[in-house]
Write a protein that binds this ligand. Structure first.
Ligand SMILES: *[C@@H]1O[C@H](CO)[C@@H](O)[C@H](O)[C@H]1NC(C)=O
Ligand SMILES: *[C@@H]1O[C@H](CO)[C@@H](O)[C@H](O)[C@H]1NC(C)=O
Ligand SMILES: *[C@@H]1O[C@H](CO)[C@@H](O)[C@H](O)[C@H]1NC(C)=O
Ligand SMILES: *[C@@H]1O[C@H](CO)[C@@H](O)[C@H](O)[C@H]1NC(C)=O
Ligand SMILES: *[C@@H]1O[C@H](CO)[C@@H](O)[C@H](O)[C@H]1NC(C)=O
Length: 432
């Protein structure tokens, strides 16, 4: 994955360099600089797309790419250079344009399905959404029951329009406590209004903003290593929507969750979460671990092709001789995405599990040399961010959700997705 990202990064750099040579504006957009996005929408897989000028940021990290690379026709008819508003149509029942992405440019609306422009588009906004003005600021879908009817909410200045997708009725509202939105999106059943590089969460029915808002968008929706000066690290790491790199819980019940340069820690018998930089507690690792598991009062931490073993204590100390190559220490080659051990989860207390892509491997930690064995495909997931195991079973974390399995065997063999749990809410107690 890292290598691929690297290659893509190089390609992008090359493309940008070429664009520059052709005399196009190639100011390299950096989302960690606090950009005001023009439009935000999630795609059909739930991945957010942030639009800025003629560029697009996919997901919560990574570089900008040209929007017309993904949506070719966006600049054919207009050379406007930016998208005013975007949303993904979402219905309770599967109507014809369920999961279509709509983009608003000036007076026109574009409808895409799986990145293909639908026949007849672009159309005038007034033709498709009668009663909705041109030159919009933001738009967001609002399916039932989050809105009373399947709706789209449009924003222009301080005017708000609830558009009923079935009856085409328009209900103009006033959202008094909300700032003018420059973009808006729905993510994990919550509604966010972005204004500048800040955001507020709002109630889509009333426009009310509850809680401490606005907040800094970079802290929650971007993977940036530098944050605003007043960023509260614990609050941010608990509530961030950016995927975790690794997580583990040890025998004593202490939990660690790693993301980029920071980690969260929850001690057994103490629900207080603390956040710190990886640099300060695991100096040699610096940042961005790939996988972590707990074994025998040590944290086994994998970063690229090296294994770091830390003794857990008041201060974590790197065991002499580490880091060592993963291949020599664990008998596994290639990039490891996930590592975990279940202790007495029925598979013997010394078996560690490793996931690469959609395959899982076992390693007997008592064996010498250690070798990867028992390779098998995982039916349910194409990729997993992290997993942790304890007396209560296995938690498998994918993006913003986690799934609970009673054993590794059930996880591997399962064909149906179990109940979905929210990482920020149910693991870290962030209720917004
Ligand atoms: C995409 O946009 C860029 C810059 O706006 C332009 O140089 C390029 O020709 C466009 N590519 C396509 C395929 O339209
Ligand atoms: C779209 O709007 C333009 C400009 O107002 C108008 O000339 C054109 O007839 C409209 N097209 C349709 C199909 O309504
Ligand atoms: C919000 O938009 C209205 C126009 O609809 C404008 O008068 C007002 O100044 C805007 N408020 C801010 C804070 O930009
Ligand atoms: C919980 O842990 C934190 C951080 O280690 C500590 O500051 C706090 O005093 C602990 N609280 C209790 C009740 O033990
Ligand atoms: C842990 O580190 C702190 C700060 O460097 C130091 O004051 C303390 O003595 C250390 N504790 C142990 C048990 O080494």
């Amino acid at each position: 994955m890292k290598l691929l990202a690297h290659i893509l990064g190089l390609c992008l750099a090359l493309a940008l360099a070429l664009a520059d040579m052709q005399g196009h504006a190639a100011d390299i957009l950096d989302r960690c600089q606090g950009l005001e996005m023009d439009a935000v929408a999630v795609n059909e897989l739930g991945i957010p797309y942030f639009f800025k000028g003629d560029h697009l940021f996919k997901g919560f990290h990574g570089k900008a790419e040209l929007s017309n690379g993904s949506f070719a026709e966006l600049d054919d008819h207009h050379h406007l250079g930016h998208v005013d508003a975007a949303f993904r149509m979402h219905y309770e029942d599967n109507a014809a344009d369920h999961d279509h992405m709509f983009f608003f440019l000036d007076t026109k609306v574009f409808s895409y399905y799986q990145h293909k422009l639908e026949d007849g588009y672009p159309k005038n906004i007034s033709e498709v959404f009668p009663g909705i003005p041109d030159h919009l600021d933001a738009a967001v879908e609002c399916p039932k029951p989050e809105c009373e009817e399947d709706s789209v909410i449009f924003f222009k200045g301080d005017d708000i329009y609830h558009y009923n997708v079935r009856t085409k009725a328009v209900d103009k509202k006033e959202f008094k406590s909300m700032p003018n939105c420059t973009s808006a999106f729905r993510f994990m059943e919550h509604f966010y209004c972005f204004h500048g590089h800040m955001f507020s969460k709002f109630d889509p029915k009333t426009g009310e903003v509850h809680g401490k808002y606005p907040k800094e968008a970079r802290d929650y929706f971007m993977r940036c290593s530098k944050f605003s000066d007043d960023s509260d690290h614990v609050e941010r790491e608990r509530c961030s929507r950016v995927h975790l790199d690794a997580a583990t819980s040890d025998h004593a019940g202490n939990m660690y969750a790693f993301r980029d340069h920071h980690f969260l820690r929850k001690d057994e018998g103490n629900d207080t979460l603390t956040a710190d930089t990886i640099e300060s507690a695991f100096k040699e690792l610096h940042s961005e671990v790939d996988a972590v598991f707990s074994y025998d009062d040590h944290l086994y931490m994998i970063k690229e092709e090296h294994l770091y073993v830390y003794k857990v204590g008041e201060n974590h100390t790197l065991v002499d001789g580490y880091p060592k190559p993963v291949k020599e220490e664990l008998g596994i080659e290639g990039h490891i995405d996930v590592a975990f051990m279940c202790g007495d989860g029925g598979d013997g207390p010394h078996i560690a599990h490793f996931i690469k892509g959609d395959h899982i491997y076992d390693v007997d930690m008592k064996a010498s040399p250690r070798v990867a064995s028992n390779e098998r495909p995982i039916a349910l997931f194409k990729n997993v961010d992290t997993a942790m195991c304890g007396p209560a079973g296995l938690k498998v974390i994918v993006g913003n959700h986690f799934y609970h399995f009673e054993s590794v065997m059930l996880f591997v063999a399962s064909k149906a997705l179990p109940e979905q749990h929210k990482v920020s809410l149910e693991l870290f107690g962030c209720d917004h």
